[in-house]
Design a protein around this ligand. Sequence first.
Ligand SMILES: [Zn+2]
Length: 190
Amino acid sequence: MNMNESIWQSIVNCEPTYDGQYYYAVLTTGIFCRPSCRSRTPKRDNVRIFSSIEEAVQAGFRPCKRCRPDERPYGPDVELVMQMKDLIQRRCHERLTLSAVARQLSISPYHLHRVFKRVTGLTPAQYICRTRITRAMELLKHEHNKSVTDIAIGLGFRSISHFSTVFRQATGQTPSEYRNHAFAHVHDGG
Ligand SMILES: [Zn+2]
C-alpha cells in the first residue's frame, strides 16, 4: 500500500476512524502501529504503510506495545493464526506435523486446524506446502550452486521425486524447468 497525503494526515492526527484499514510501520524502530496510536509522529520518509497486520509482520515488523494492533480489532483466532504462520515460516524446512505445531502453541490439533482453515481458507498442511514451494522457487532462482536434490532435502521433502511432484502440482513446471526458465530470464535482462 502506498503512502498518500490523507494517510499521512491520519497518522499525524492519530485518526481512529482509519483503524483496521491500514497500519503504519516505522523503519527505524521496526514497530508497526494503528493510525490512532499516540506515540510520537515518525519522520514521513521512515514510514511504510500496510493494508494488513500480516503484511507488516511478514515484512519483519513487530506490533506496537502501546496501541496493540495485533490485539484489536482482531480476536484471538487471528492471533493464533499469525503465531502459527510465524512458526511455519521459521521452521518449514523441518518435518512439521500439525500435532507438533499444536504442541508448540499449547492447543489441540483439531482446534488449530479448524481455526486456521476458517481464517486463511487453507489447511495447515496446504500452508506448509505453499511456504516450502515459495522457498524452493527463491532457492532455485538465486542459489545456482545448490543442486535440486540439496534444495529438496534442505526444505524437508522426503525425496527428490516427492519434491518434483509437489513442485509441479503447484507451479506447472519441474524444479529444473523452473530454474532454467528463471535463469534464462535473468540473462535476457528481464
Ligand atoms: Zn502504536
